[in-house]
Design a protein around this ligand. Structure first.
Ligand SMILES: C[S@@+](CC[C@H](N)C(=O)[O-])C[C@H]1O[C@@H](n2cnc3c(N)ncnc32)[C@H](O)[C@@H]1O
Length: 264
């Protein structure tokens, strides 16, 4: 088995469920606040997934605005369409971040959370993003750097092997570390860089860690030399730590904000 994570129907539903936990809900509120959208603006969500953020964007720009969701996964678009039903300012396109189906200078703002880390050709994707932004348009990109993971374990060697295979679910598991020069090369002016930490110092069924650890278990099982038994045993060992009050998980989301320079 090889290749990145695929957002088929099962995976789309798993993301939809996991991204409604309190940790990711809090992250979404932070993203929305930082975008500083105004009523009537046109905003693009690249890799809009289950549409949780897109719905918030649409409500913020209001009926006089436009909120467009782009995603390459048909099952994700179906879920997002249902979530945004009745909102006339919302539109969807199925397509690729590397070939945006929009005219030049179409958007006041654009956001992409947990998506560019899946994109193999970032230079092309950022050139496309630059093209569709109006001069003065604001962008916000949020991605994880998996080097920021702190996850307590009693078997570090096993966990390191498992996490190395988990890196294969992305095109770049360390995109934030190189994103600044990539943004500048595309022509953007960086305005702000911050982290949003996700911290789960206790294990419970509805925390972000519970969802992502189950996702890791499912992805690595039977891949690159990790057996299903080994993956299950690793996940169980973390739940056991949780039951004993010895669990600890944290990871950083890196937020990059930038503008397309206004015309002089
Ligand atoms: C982890 S989900 C994040 C969804 C959403 N942005 C959120 O934060 O809730 C990643 C999404 O990016 C989409 N995606 C991945 N690579 C893409 C690409 N090259 N072009 C368009 N969409 C892509 C997937 O289909 C999936 O819906």
């Amino acid at each position: 088995m090889s290749g990145m994570l695929e957002f088929d129907e099962r995976q789309a539903r798993a993301v939809e469920a996991m991204y409604q936990n309190p940790d990711v809900t809090g992250q979404r509120s932070e993203v929305l606040r930082r975008l500083e959208l105004r009523a009537g603006e046109a905003v693009l969500d690249i890799g809009s997934g289950p549409g949780l953020l897109l719905r918030d964007l649409a409500l913020t720009v209001g009926a006089s605005g436009r909120a467009v969701g782009l995603d390459m996964s048909a099952p994700m678009i179906d879920i997002a369409k249902r979530r945004c039903e009745g909102l006339g300012q919302v539109a969807f396109e199925q397509g690729q971040a590397e070939m945006l189906p929009f005219p030049d200078a179409a958007f006041d703002a654009a956001v992409s959370t947990q998506v560019y880390e899946y994109v193999p050709d970032m230079a092309l994707a950022l050139r496309e993003l630059y093209r569709v932004m109006k001069p003065g348009g604001r962008i916000l990109i949020l991605d994880t750097d998996w080097d920021s993971l702190v996850l307590h374990t009693n078997d570090r060697a096993r966990q390191e092997r498992i996490l190395k295979v988990w890196d294969e679910h992305l095109a770049d598991a360390h995109l934030p570390a190189t994103l600044s020069p990539k943004l500048r090369a595309a022509g953007f002016q960086i305005t702000r860089r911050e982290i949003i930490p996700l911290l789960n110092p206790e294990y419970h069924a509805n925390c972000f860690a519970a969802g992502i650890l189950d996702g890791i278990r499912g992805f690595v099982a039977g891949r690159s030399g990790i057996t299903r038994e080994e993956a299950d045993a690793w996940a169980q060992s973390l739940r056991d730590l949780g039951a004993r009050g010895e669990f600890f998980f944290s990871i950083n989301r890196y937020v990059f904000q930038a503008v397309k320079p206004a015309l002089k």
